[in-house]
Design a protein around this ligand. Structure first.
Ligand code: SF4
Ligand code: SF4
Length: 340
C-alpha cells in the first residue's frame, strides 16, 4: 500500500483520496454505501465542499461512527469573514463533526492574506485557534494564485488540477510545494473525463511522492477500480508510457478542461461541455453526446453574443467563443455523417 503525507500537516493517507463532488448526483443511500465501501477498502481521505450541494451531508451520514479514523477536507467560497464563519458552521453540522481536518479556500480569484481587507484569513486563523479547523489549505485553477499561495507561507496544502497532461508550469508547482513543505492534492487527475485510462493516470501520479490524487467517484465500478489500486498500485511501464505519450500528443494545447469557471453564460450556453464536444465524442461513448438534448445544447452556440465574458474568466486563457464555434462546426459535420 502506497501512502502520501501532506507536507507539514502530517496527514498520512493511502494514495487514493475520495473526491465527493459527484456523489451530489446520486441518491443519499447510494452515496453512503459508496463512501463506506471506500473506507472499508482503505481510503481515508475525503474531500468535499460547501458548494457541492448535499455532498457534505451525505459524507457526514456515511462517516458516522468512523469519523476519528478518517481525514475530512472541505472548502468555503466565502468572500467575507462573516460568510466564512457561517459556511464553517453549516459544514460542521452537515459533516456531523466538531472539526474539519483541512479547510480550504475554494478557488478564490486572489490569495487570501491577513490584512487584505476581506477578513477571510483572520477568520481561518480564528477557526484554527478554536480547534474547529486543523489545517489551512487553498484550492485553485490559476497558476498565479497558486504560486502566490506557496510563496506566502500561509498555506499547508494546495489543491490544483494535475494529471499526465501537465505542463512544465504544473510540474514546477508540485516541486515548489515539496520545497515549501506543503501538501499537493491533485484534482481532475482524469481531466474531467478526457482521460479514460485510470491505470495510466495513477501510474503517472505515482511518480510524485508528495501528490495525493482525489478521484471523483459516482459509480461503484469506478470506486472498485480505484480500490484495486490500494492493494495493487499501477506502476509506470512501457505500455502505460505509450498511452500517455499518445494522449499528450492528442490533447496538449488548446483544450477545454470542463471546469466551468467561465460560466454562467448570459444566453445559457453549457460551455463546459460544448467547448470540448469534439474530444468527448471521440474519447467517451459517443451516444450520450448525440442525443436530441445534446444537439439542442450545441445549437445554442449560434446565439453566442461574443461578449467575451467567458474568455475573460477561463483560467487556461482559452479563446472560448472561438473554441465553441470550432466544436459546433465539427459537431454539425458529424451529424451530417462525417466519420469520427
Ligand atoms: S462569449 Fe458567447 S459563450 Fe461566452 S459568455 Fe458571451 S455569450 Fe456566452
Ligand atoms: S472554457 Fe476554460 S473556463 Fe470554460 S470550462 Fe473550458 S477550461 Fe473551464
Amino acid at each position: 500500500m502506497v501512502e502520501v503525507t501532506l507536507g507539514k500537516t502530517g496527514i498520512t493517507v493511502n494514495k487514493n483520496g475520495f473526491g465527493a463532488l459527484p456523489v451530489q448526483r446520486i441518491p443519499k443511500e447510494d452515496a453512503v454505501y459508496l463512501i463506506k465501501k471506500a473506507y472499508e477498502g482503505g481510503i481515508t481521505f475525503f474531500d468535499t465542499a460547501r458548494n457541492y450541494t448535499d455532498s457534505e451531508e451525505k459524507l457526514g451520514a456515511a462517516l458516522e461512527g468512523i469519523r476519528d479514523k478518517v481525514f475530512v477536507a472541505t472548502k468555503t467560497a466565502a468572500k467575507t469573514g462573516e460568510k466564512f464563519r457561517e459556511d464553517l458552521e453549516i459544514s460542521l453540522k452537515n459533516l456531523r463533526t466538531d472539526h474539519v481536518d483541512l479547510y480550504q479556500f475554494h478557488n478564490p480569484s486572489f490569495c487570501p492574506k491577513p490584512g487584505d481587507g476581506t477578513g477571510l484569513y483572520e477568520a481561518m486563523l480564528e477557526a484554527k485557534e478554536q480547534g474547529r479547523v486543523r489545517h489551512i489549505g487553498i484550492t485553485n485553477h490559476r497558476l498565479s494564485v497558486a504560486m502566490e499561495a506557496i510563496d506566502s507561507g500561509l498555506y499547508e496544502t494546495l489543491q490544483f488540477p494535475f494529471c499526465y497532461l501537465a505542463t512544465d508550469k504544473d510540474l514546477e508547482l508540485v516541486k515548489r510545494c515539496r520545497e515549501a513543505g506543503m501538501g499537493f492534492i491533485a484534482m481532475k487527475a482524469l481531466s474531467g473525463g478526457l482521460i479514460n485510462n485510470s491505470r495510466a493516470a495513477y501510474a503517472y501520479l505515482a511518480q510524485f511522492d508528495n501528490v495525493l490524487p482525489i478521484w471523483g467517484v459516482q459509480r461503484e465500478r469506478e470506486l472498485d477500480e480505484f480500490l484495486s489500486y490500494v492493494g495493487n498500485p499501477p506502476e509506470m511501464t512501457d505500455e502505460i508510457r505509450a498511452v500517455i505519450d499518445k494522449d499528450r500528443e492528442e490533447l496538449l494545447g488548446e483544450f477545454c478542461r470542463g471546469c466551468g469557471y467561465c460560466m454562467p453564460c448570459p444566453v445559457g450556453i453549457e460551455i463546459n461541455n460544448c467547448a470540448r464536444m469534439s474530444l468527448m465524442i471521440r474519447r467517451a461513448p459517443s451516444a450520450a453526446w448525440l442525443t436530441p438534448d445534446a444537439q439542442e445544447k450545441m445549437k445554442k452556440i449560434e446565439q453566442c453574443l461574443h461578449c467575451n465574458q467567458c474568455k475573460g474568466k477561463c483560467p487556461y486563457n482559452l479563446d472560448t467563443p472561438a473554441l465553441l464555434e470550432k466544436n459546433l462546426k465539427d459537431y454539425q459535420e458529424i451529424l451530417d455523417g462525417k466519420e469520427y
